[in-house]
Design a protein around this ligand. Sequence first.
Ligand code: UD1
Ligand code: CA
Length: 473
Amino acid sequence: MSTPAEPPVTAIILAAGQGTRMKSARPKVLHELCGRPMIHHVVDAARAAGAGEVVVVVGHGREEVEAYLARAFDGQVRTAVQDVQQGTGHAVRCALPALSPHADRVFVLYGDTPLLDPAELARLPRELDLHPGARMAMLTTRVPDPAGYGRIVRDGDGRVVRIVEHRDATPAERAIDEINPGVYLARADALRAAVAALRPNNAQGELYLTDVVEALAREGVVPTVLVKDMVSVSGINDRAQLAAAEDVLYARLADALRREGATIRAGARVDAGVVVEADAVIEHGVVLRGATRVGKGARIDVGSVLTDVTVAAGAVVKPYTVAQGASIGELAQIGPFSHLRPESRVEAEAHIGNFVETKKTIVRRGAKANHLAYLGDGDVGEGANIGAGTIFCNYDGFKKHRTDIGAGAFIGSDTQIVAPVRIGAGAYVATGTTVTKDVPEGALAISRVRQENKEGYVERLKARLRAGGKSAK
Ligand code: UD1
Ligand code: CA
């Protein structure tokens, strides 16, 4: 991060292109890796490298991209519009008026390079400062197959002269394996002047940002930083590249959590932004998304999918649990095969077992619903026990109604609770009861037909059926 004493570093990110090769109705930069659109990762990298102000150039799918940025960055990221995509240089020209007049040094990045490493970006301000006459510094990298990339053309002294695009390059230039990953840092005034002077003089009739490099290389040296791992600067143009980049990012995110003490088994997918604390175990095939947090020593077992879920320390989520917008308390046990829907709050040491679904329900400390139940719009008191097959009948076709169950209450199996209903603390509800009115504290509620045994009935029935008669009384 830049200290307040340094002149501000800003960033322009180009994201107006269509991304034809994605073959998608969705703008390219909104395609996701690890739960976040490409553009989000690029903005994060720019900020992590010290950019205070970020301007994203939008065009194709403008409304969608703007809406996403406003939501994701809380209005902190600005946008500039490029109505017609006339090239990367033209895109920067569109962004410059949106930049604060105090901008001193400007990163220029492409919105389709989501694996950027902030540490590498942060090398550019240092490089620029080391070369007093320099107007611009940039990253370069060497690739085995440079096709499609702009090539770095150097003079006899090894100084950057210009960048030639693949389609404009001669066979000799095409043989150059040092390429332009599209990561630049320029002095704002020099960038403004060079971008204003751009002319379309290439195969595509576009304004190339790369021509700015040539112009600034005439005014002073353009120092470069060679990136060893080309993966971090690879551009995404199609879905195959997107999938490959996503694998790289998942591996990076998992490794970062492992270094902080979490166990992330191979085959788990932990999205960007998810927090996993030390000694937590994330098993194979688990998917953790959104604002999910897993506390110390908690265990998320095979195949569980958690979206925006908080799991407190020591809780155990058994295999194949699906949860969204829920919280799970310390040492609670969930699953296998549980479904926690939004606004479910399972408190400490509570148990939710197989084929139990909860929605907008608090299950208080130590309460248990171990098998086959639906708990919707309810509040289950401390230590209460919900028997197998219990249903909170919360919906009458028009409105949802609440079920409140007091501490220590015992709900027998196969109970239907027709909400709105309150069941007092310590009350018992007998198995098979349909509860339609409140149950006082300490009372027993029972509603079922008394059992009757008809001795010897089966033999008499069978005899009649064999004789072809009607079934009998
Ligand atoms: C560009 C570079 C090339 C470099 C490569 C690295 C130029 C001329 N070429 O080529 O040297 O090796 O990236 O990946 O800069 N965009 C706009 N407006 C436009 C055109 C593009 O905003 O008018 C945006 C796109 O949305 C994209 C980025 O700029 O995010 C790069 O554009 P793209 O068409 O992918 O450039 P490349 O051909 O890959
Ligand atoms: Ca590209």
